[in-house]
Design a protein. Structure first.
Length: 84
């Protein structure tokens, strides 16, 4: 995995929360896309942000499995649609 240069981002207010954008190079490197769920893991060194390995509690696993099947079955079709 290639190293990505250190980047800085400003913390913004979004409703009653704070938000930080993820640099595109890092998102690409770690496979993070719009709509993905990420985990925030506190530690003594700071906050680790990573793609979630588990589903949020309000998501039925069957829904996730059916969506994965749709994306597998129609992968080429969806890629072609984006290029139109």
């Amino acid at each position: 995995m290639s190293e990505v240069a250190k980047e800085y981002r400003k913390v913004n207010k979004l409703g009653h929360s704070l938000s930080v954008t993820i640099p595109k190079k890092l998102a690409d490197q770690y496979g993070i896309r719009q709509g993905d769920v990420v985990e925030f893991i506190p530690s003594d060194k700071g906050i680790l942000i990573r793609p979630s390995q588990t589903l949020p509690p309000n998501v039925d696993p069957r829904f996730f499995e059916s969506m994965q099947k749709i994306f597998r079955d129609f992968d080429e079709t969806l890629k072609n649609l984006k290029d139109r």
